[in-house]
Design a binder for this molecule. Structure first.
Ligand SMILES: C[S@@+](CC[C@H](N)C(=O)[O-])C[C@H]1O[C@@H](n2cnc3c(N)ncnc32)[C@H](O)[C@@H]1O
Length: 204
């Protein structure tokens, strides 16, 4: 996993561009409505979504497996933001707790045991009344069914990653015990969509 992302970030300066996802802007509104002041982002990337929260004064932290992505993130944040270098599978990295988790497009890269551990570890990092938001691939995304199926709803995609696709039953099974406030399918971007995800919001 580490080598894949390291070489992806090294060979592609832009990756997903400098612009944040539409979803991060919607989640900012949700966080502001709930008076959230701190957020940790597992699978931080180079911080395009983190910047949405950071610019509005939230205290932002992250976890990221690629050193190159972290170096690029420093361009936005200098050393003001703590970004743990390592795999989310090795959480927790410290004892800090947060009012929110924002995990965009990471959990579907993990196998089932890793996904369950990530959800549990994120929930443990939440302060009481905190919110965790996961955005993960849906079975209605056009990558579903592409490549060989290595496990139920997990496909070895042509770019060399295993991708897991959620349906409603899987969301209930994996997030069910974490007080789901909302689970809905979203388009990304919202106009001329290319991807279909689930957004799952849980409250501690
Ligand atoms: C699809 S990208 C999404 C990045 C970011 N959330 C965004 O939307 O800009 C997945 C990110 O998770 C990182 N990643 C992949 N596996 C990881 C792991 N096991 N632990 C921590 N980060 C990981 C990758 O390096 C990459 O930055």
């Amino acid at each position: 996993m580490n080598e894949f992302w390291e070489s992806a970030f090294r060979s592609n300066d832009k990756m997903w561009g400098e612009y944040p996802t539409d979803n991060s802007k919607n989640v900012l509104k949700l966080f502001q409505k709930n008076n959230i002041k701190s957020v940790i982002i597992p699978g931080f990337g180079y911080g395009r979504n983190a910047k949405v929260f950071y610019d509005e004064g939230l205290k932002v932290s992250g976890i990221e497996i690629s050193k190159t992505a972290i170096e690029r993130a420093r361009k936005y944040f200098g050393n003001e933001v703590t970004i743990h270098h390592g795999s989310v599978t090795d959480m927790p990295f410290d004892k800090a707790s947060f009012e929110a988790i924002y995990c965009y497009s990471l959990i579907h890269l993990l196998d089932k045991a890793e996904r369950l551990k990530l959800i549990e570890d994120c929930y443990s990092k939440l302060k009481p009344n905190g919110l965790m938001v996961f955005v993960a691939l849906s079975i209605n995304d056009n990558r579903f069914g592409v490549g060989s199926e290595v496990e139920k709803n997990t496909f070895f995609s042509p770019n060399g990653l295993n991708l897991y696709f959620y349906d409603e039953a899987a969301i209930k099974e994996e997030f069910g015990k974490y007080n789901i406030l909302e689970a809905k399918e979203i388009n990304e971007p919202e106009e001329n969509p290319k991807e279909k995800h689930w957004m799952i919001v849980c409250k501690k």
